[in-house]
Design a protein around this ligand. Structure first.
Ligand code: PEP
Ligand code: MN
Length: 263
């Protein structure tokens, strides 16, 4: 179902009017975690002003340590909904467990499946049974083949509104958090008709590298970007070191627009 042969022209995922997979890169931006009302609304206004169409924000967080901030849960989802109402931005947020599927689906426009859950086959089947766009992140140690099979798990249940997200893989490099695998973008686009989003925030773990990698990903054919933005990265409850300040994000948007106008 994911094969390019079935849809040589590529698929466009319609997120309630926002098209992912058409000529202009769809930009999803916002904090790693929803922390409070002010933080979220401030970030939402800023990314909207800079030209983003979709707001990201984690309410259920997959943290390495059980003692780290785990997200606000349903309260976080309510804040995302408030931000949507105030700005008109669409929402993308992560679903971690089958038990929260309907709750998360009620609040969000796109369900994000995180890197750690790319191989959670019961979760994949469960979101395959509902009518909601899905963004499937690549497992940090998964080959492209397994990633596409994970997308098959969702699509085989009936839900065909799937987009993929390259978020970096584990290598022996110690200078960045993960290694942004830019080559997977044209590779996946050759094998599959599904839109591909690039996440240079998790892909590098360092805010200084986010803008160059965002440009590179768009040059490689990415259909969109997922970027972490925080008004005060130093105070962020998760992923501060890889979060752009709103001014830097606006700069990134300008550079991406210029790149897109070249053709
Ligand atoms: C995230 O988007 O904040 C996240 C946890 O991503 P990943 O699953 O790629 O680590
Ligand atoms: Mn994050």
């Amino acid at each position: 179902l994911t094969s390019r042969k079935l849809k040589p022209e590529g698929s466009v995922v319609d997120v309630d009017g926002v098209k992912v997979g058409d000529e202009t890169p769809a930009v999803m931006a916002g904090p790693c975690s929803v922390e409070n009302r002010e933080q979220l609304l401030q970030t939402a206004e800023a990314v909207k002003k800079a030209g983003a169409e979709i707001l990201r924000g984690g309410a259920f967080k997959p943290r390495t340590s059980p003692y780290s901030f785990q997200g606000l849960g349903e309260k976080g989802l309510e804040l995302l909904q408030l931000a949507r109402k105030k700005t008109g931005l669409k929402i993308v947020t992560e679903l971690m467990d089958v038990e929260h599927r309907d709750l998360v689906a009620e609040y969000t426009d796109i369900i994000q499946i995180g890197s750690r859950n790319m191989k959670n086959y019961s979760l994949l089947k469960s979101i395959g049974k509902i009518d909601k766009p899905v963004m499937l992140k690549r497992g940090m140690a998964s080959p492209v083949k397994d990633w596409l099979l994970a997308a098959e798990y969702v699509m085989s249940q009936g839900n065909h509104r799937v987009m993929l997200c390259e978020r970096g893989i584990k290598t022996f490099g110690e200078d960045t958090r993960y290694t942004m695998d830019l080559s997977s973008i044209p590779l996946v686009k050759e094998k599959s008709h599904l839109p591909v989003i690039a996440d240079p925030s998790h892909g590098t773990g360092r805010w200084e590298l986010v803008i160059p990698m965002a440009r590179a990903a768009v040059a490689c054919g990415a259909d969109g970007l997922l970027v972490e933005v925080h008004p005060e990265p130093k105070k962020a409850l998760s992923d501060g070191p890889q979060s752009l300040k709103p001014e830097k994000f606006a700069r990134m948007m300008k550079e991406i627009r210029q790149l897109n106008e070249l053709d």
